[in-house]
Design a protein around this ligand. Sequence first.
Ligand SMILES: N[C@@H](CCC(=O)N[C@@H](CS)C(=O)NCC(=O)O)C(=O)O
Length: 193
Amino acid sequence: MKLYWAPQTRASRAIWMLEEAGVDYELERVDLAAPRGEELLAASPMGKVPALVDGDVKMSESAAICIYVADRYASGRLAPAIEDPLRGRFLYWTMYTPAVVEPSMGEKFANVEPNRYRSGWGDFDSMIETWEQALGDQPWILGDDFSAADVMLGSSAVFMRVFNMLPDSAVLSAYADRCLERPGYQKALSLND
Ligand SMILES: N[C@@H](CCC(=O)N[C@@H](CS)C(=O)NCC(=O)O)C(=O)O
């Protein structure tokens, strides 16, 4: 399995995910300033990272990669099985990052006036409030068990902290700390240096 990555990008999520799954993988570093090769473009027609090639599987989008790796290599461990009632919550929260967290963060960062009723992602404040309420006092978004959904959400919480966008929230701050304690995330972050 080959992961196309570049330091300081969303590819860290995919590396963290592969580490959690405990699978063997090879990293192919991408120079984001250079033209992309054929294999990367087959996995990611926009030439973005992360992109994954696993035999005949060629794919991109960090959330999709997390779900794929969890289902294919750690089902029941990092993703509830299809028939598990927690599956719906798992999918919802894995997709929360690209569908809600990132667009509302982008809007806030760019100082765009939000409209929580018109936008599919609501707005930054309702995004945070919904996330905090869902976590409550449980360690992970599905409860006691860490899952691929936490890779997506945890990396977003840490990213927000780095950009001083993480609000004064004890719940999200403790969550970011818990994520940072995971060896797989530490391994992924160490590649950024
Ligand atoms: N929605 C995608 C976003 C991927 C993305 O934007 N990747 C950036 C790095 S964080 C990239 O490859 N940028 C280089 C480019 O667009 O040329 C995901 O979550 O994987």
